[in-house]
Design a protein around this ligand. Structure first.
Ligand code: ZN
Length: 595
């Protein structure tokens, strides 16, 4: 007895502290050591990732690209069997999950949650063991240059951590607006990584601004109009209910990521609508892949933000592990459906809104607030209290399609735009090359009513325009690019190449030059020529008068009136306001590429 007490004492005073120390020192993350108040900088993050990878066969440290300033962009692979390539993972039937942190480095919860997750997987298996059928890809810091702008003054609204990185890249680009236009070197590297692995499920981690409420974590997951219903339906009916139930059981209630009809004012009603594809979750959706956006709330302390991020990731992993076969079946089906959109002439929605008249009442866990009239600015501001309140609020989440198109069998892009077209393969889009120069009569679009937004967006001059279907005969030089649409990436093709898609190349201003008229007639040339034209063709006078009475504001505008005549002459540039990318018929494709 005495001996056993002796040994107990020995064990508790000597051995346990040793064991605990081994556990609590070497593999504690920087965030844990800091008392959950701080997040590691770039150097520290890389060092910890490498240290873990060196010590575990299940983890591997990789680099997938360089930032604009030349820094390595890292990612980790976690796999029980030590798989390091997509071939191995796919061969084994594994679910490949990609988790991304710090696309906005001021919002680093995902980085700290991910480091804990990998540490637990490799060294504290009792806390979390990675299922064998999961291959995990973890990007701890995507925007590495932004992360290097590390300091305490990067997020004025946010409650910790003590220091964090900056939202944009060294080129002042917001990577979470760049998924479609793909102009940042970081995004180009990411797209290569995405298409190398073709993940089955994607998670992007953020912190949100906006009104206060009880939810530490809100989420967005495309399950409606801009993802194949085979995948969307499954997410809505299977994945989301289970995740939501689990998080409520953990006393970490979650809610869809919403905006308020009136800024900061939950009582005004909630709005949730499909994400445009320039955003990560919207981009994953048109790749036929689920993309979960996590937004923890900036006013909550850092610890519950990291913990809720970690819990939703863990639950997603175990859910996807248990449902791997269903997931893979549905993704395969969605890829096949996407390949068949054009042959089946299924319409593709390329722009969305929300029905502002159709809402459902929902329970919303809010925080009481007063609306105060400022004696400083005269404006209204919201002072959030400490009392919780359960609102019954209208949720407007019935998405509507504001523009849809039918895909042609192929598009043709003139060789003079190959700089831009060279980004297509980054999206996993296959492209053929035209071998012989040719004139083609193609379906395309004619632009009118072109205006520009007064401020630039991500360095682009954003046009607003009308685009009407038109046919035109266009010269395509050898080397022009043919994009067939019978591909799993057909939705991305539509969203890039259809001018009226919300994140198309035209919408981002890459074709602004076609809106520019480059030749003009002198008034002293056009005045007599207009008279001659009317003499030759008496109907012209009536057409001119009709046009003028339809545009009374131009009654005293000599320039515009002569422009009207100039447009009737063969001198006027037929390529002005013409979209040079053509929509080819099946016959044209067959003629260009005889079988
Ligand atoms: Zn963000």
């Amino acid at each position: 007895m005495r001996q056993s007490i002796f040994y107990s004492i020995l064990i508790s005073f000597i051995l346990f502290p040793l064991v605990n120390q081994a556990q609590s020192d070497k593999w504690d993350t920087f965030y844990e050591t800091s008392g959950t108040l701080e997040t590691p900088d770039y150097k520290n993050t890389i060092a910890f990732c490498k240290k873990m990878a060196d010590a575990s066969d299940m983890l591997s440290y990789q680099v997938f690209g360089k930032s604009a300033r030349g820094l390595d962009i890292p990612y980790m692979i976690a796999d029980v069997r030590g798989f390091k390539t997509p071939e191995e993972a796919k061969e084994a039937g594994n679910v490949i999950i990609m988790i991304q942190a710090c696309i906005h480095p001021g919002e680093p919860e995902g980085k700290d949650a991910g480091l804990i997750l990998l540490r637990d997987i490799a060294f504290r298996k009792k806390k979390f063991s990675l299922p064998e059928n999961i291959t995990l890809l973890f990007i701890p810091i995507f925007n590495v240059d932004g992360h290097e702008r590390f300091g305490p003054y990067n997020r004025i609204n946010q409650n910790g951590p003590k220091e964090m990185g900056w939202r944009t890249t060294a080129q002042n680009l917001n990577l979470n607006r760049d998924y479609m236009k793909a102009e940042a070197p970081e995004m180009q590297a990411w797209l290569k990584l995405w298409n190398y692995w073709k993940p089955d499920f994607f998670i992007d981690t953020h912190t949100t601004d906006g009104a206060d409420y009880q939810y530490v974590l809100t989420y967005a997951l495309e399950d409606g109009l801009n993802i194949d219903p085979v995948v969307g339906g499954w997410l809505k009916e299977s994945y989301l209910p289970e995740i939501t139930k689990h998080m409520f059981a953990l006393k970490m209630p979650i809610f869809p990521y919403v905006s308020f009809r009136e800024w900061h004012n939950p009582r005004s009603g909630l709005i949730s609508q499909p994400a445009p594809p320039m955003l990560s979750q919207g981009y994953a959706a048109i790749h036929n892949r689920p993309g979960l956006l996590i937004e923890t709330h900036m006013l909550k302390p850092y610890k519950p933000r990291v913990e809720s991020t970690l819990e939703i990731i863990k639950k997603s992993i175990s859910f996807l592990s248990q449902n791997s076969k269903t997931l893979h079946d549905r993704l395969r089906k969605a890829d096949e459906n996407a390949r068949l959109l054009a042959p089946r002439k299924v319409t593709v929605p390329v722009s969305f809104g929300v029905n502002q008249k159709d809402s459902t009442m929902v329970k919303f866990l809010g925080i009481n607030y007063d609306v105060i009239t400022s004696d400083l600015t005269g404006g209204k501001w919201f002072r959030y209290g400490k009392d919780t309140i359960t609102f019954r609020l209208p949720l407007y989440d019935k998405a509507i399609v504001t523009r849809e198109i039918t895909l042609p069998p192929a598009y043709i892009i003139p060789v003079e735009y190959s700089d831009l077209a060279s980004r297509l393969p980054l999206h996993g889009i296959e492209v053929d090359t035209l071998r012989k120069a040719t004139w083609l009569k193609v379906d395309t679009y004619r632009f009118s009513e072109v205006k520009f937004r007064p401020t630039s967006n991500e360095g682009h001059q954003i046009p607003q325009f009308k685009a009407e279907s038109d046919t035109a005969t266009i010269f395509y030089a050898a080397g022009s690019l043919i994009v067939r649409t019978a591909q799993p990436t057909s939705r991305i093709i539509a969203h890039l190449l259809e001018p009226q898609a919300q994140d198309s190349w035209v919408s981002w201003g890459y074709f602004n030059r076609v809106f520019e008229q480059k030749e003009y007639s002198e008034t002293y040339v056009m005045e007599p020529m207009a008279r001659e034209m009317m003499e030759k063709d008496p109907s012209l006078r009536k057409r001119f008068d009709d046009w003028l009475s339809a545009n009374p504001s131009l009654k005293d505008n000599q320039w515009e009136q002569l422009q009207w005549f100039y447009k009737q002459t063969p001198y006027y540039d037929k390529a002005h306001n013409l979209y040079p990318i053509g929509r080819l018929s099946q016959q044209q494709v067959d003629d260009l590429f005889p079988r």
